[in-house]
Design a protein around this ligand. Structure first.
Ligand code: HEM
Length: 444
């Protein structure tokens, strides 16, 4: 189990800086460190054991791991710190300004992303991973300032108490799928992993690139989970009012509500989970993944704007339309965006990418505060000078101009096609002029 156990190492020069066991210890200090940290680790493992996958055996294995590997870990810590310093100068990540333990490690985030891609290729679990990220972030309440009481993307959804909220029915399956990746990368927080999985799933399904950042800090105990009831209901008495009430509380607007609803271009609803949808349709009876459920679109593993087209048409009873989907074409303000997205996939992708990134950051506490950007956009290159931009280009002479030049040449006995021949009359005139000039000069 990769639940992070934070310890304060007494012998290192970071007195107030906690860092995880996975960065512990070598050299002579290792033995002292290990002996001092076991009690705190034991205390904290009780909170770890309350996470959904924590068990006494996994907590024990964390401690066993600590004993076995403690000697090799301090050197890793220092190597990691040195790397962090190098990163600043290389400009590779928009991150570390001081050698300290971050919420997530950029290299591990990148490796975890590759593992998520592999998981998507084999399990076709794009939709449920997107829903996992959204349900962790979507509990955010902008009216509460304190973290983690404000909710949001803080990894609280890993705890059983929150997974059991009615709105999260079925999401335990998503957690089961990505837990092995969490176990492999101790320096990636749950909060980051949920958002990394969601964004990667959108991109891998053919959706837009999401401008994500990472470094989300995890809550550490189930007591820090938000209360039930912060996520939207699919069939409220007044869907438009309900959507506004829930999403405005998150600080999102009408455009973002409509764009984000477009994520239903992927996936299915299952009556045995949410209570919504048919047990199976002609589009879902053969999977891929576990068969069954009702999808919003025909190709429910392809991220495109077809959700808006089908919701608008409402022609196929095998395709799902929730009351909160239908209202996007009924409410005058929502409708403007829904119509636009049905017509224009590029507009949908642009707005979706922006809204998804915003959703993924809701309520999150970042370490470092500015976040970690895994794929910084390339620096704009200095523009190459192009003369044509600043002057009209070199042009051919017009025939009239050529004719004019020719006659001027010919007037003085020459031709543009051959060098000017010697002109006796002109030569005599020049000699006379020079002689006259000399005579007058000498006479004076
Ligand atoms: C607007 C309010 C929303 C409501 C009322 C709503 C409701 C639902 C419901 C009832 C399901 C079916 C769950 C099941 O039975 O397994 C579902 C699935 C899903 N939702 Fe939403 N949702 C909303 C917004 C969003 C947003 C904002 C996103 C993402 C940005 C999203 C992404 C998904 C995905 C991808 C699935 C498919 C999950 C799967 O196939 O396992 N939803 N949603």
């Amino acid at each position: 189990m990769a639940e992070r156990v934070f310890l304060t190492h007494p012998s290192l020069t970071l007195p107030s800086q906690p860092f995880p066991t996975t960065r512990m210890a070598s050299t002579a200090t290792a033995a002292i460190a290990a002996s001092r940290i076991i009690p705190s680790a034991t205390a904290l493992s009780s909170s770890a054991s309350r996470s959904f996958f924590s068990s006494s055996s996994t907590s024990r294995s964390s401690l066993k791991c600590l004993h076995l590997h403690s000697s090799s870990r301090i050197s890793h810590l220092f190597v990691n710190q040195r790397r962090a310093e190098v990163r600043v100068s290389s400009g590779d990540y928009a991150t570390v300004s001081s050698p300290k333990s971050l919420a997530s490690d950029p290299d591990q985030l990148k490796s975890a992303r590759e593992d998520i891609k592999e998981l998507l290729r084999t399990k076709f679990c794009h939709p449920i991973l997107i829903r996992l990220g959204w349900h962790d972030a979507g509990t955010y309440n902008k009216n509460i300032e304190e973290w983690p009481q404000r909710g949001g993307a803080n990894g609280s959804l890993r705890f059983e108490v929150e997974l059991k909220h009615a709105a999260n029915a079925g999401l335990v399956n998503a957690l089961k799928l990505i837990q092995p990746i969490k176990d492999k990368y101790a320096r990636v927080t749950y909060a980051d992993l949920f958002q990394l999985a969601g964004a990667t799933a959108v991109e891998e399904a053919g959706g837009p690139k999401i401008p994500m950042k990472y470094g989300r800090v995890d809550v550490s105990s189930p007591e820090q989970c938000p209360e039930e009831g912060r996520l939207p209901d699919a069939g409220p008495p007044s869907p438009a009012d309900h959507l506004r009430q829930v999403f405005y509380r998150m600080g999102l607007n009408d455009k973002e509500i409509v764009a984000l609803s477009g994520a239903h271009t992927l996936g299915r609803s299952r009556p045995e989970r949410s209570g919504w949808g048919k047990p199976e349709t002609k589009y879902t009876k053969d999977g891929p993944g576990a068969p069954g459920g009702q999808s919003w679109t025909v190709q429910w593993l392809k991220f495109d704007n077809s959700y808006f087209k089908y919701i608008k048409e409402k022609k196929d009873e095998d395709l799902l339309v929730l009351p909160t989907d239908a209202v996007l074409f009924e409410d005058p303000s929502f409708k403007v965006y829904a119509e636009k997205y049905a017509e224009d996939q590029v507009a949908f992708f642009n707005d979706y990418a922006e809204a998804h990134a915003k959703l993924s950051n809701l309520g999150a506490k970042f370490d470092p505060p500015e976040g970690i950007v895994l794929d910084p956009s390339p620096k704009p290159q200095a523009e190459k000078f192009e003369a044509a931009k600043y002057s009209t280009g070199k042009r051919e002479l017009s025939d009239a101009m050529k004719q004019k030049i020719r006659s001027e040449y010919e007037a003085i006995g020459g031709s543009p096609d051959k060098p000017l021949q010697s002109n006796y009359f002109l030569n005599i005139m020049i000699i006379i002029a020079v002689l006259a000039l000399l005579t007058s000069l000498l006479g004076n």
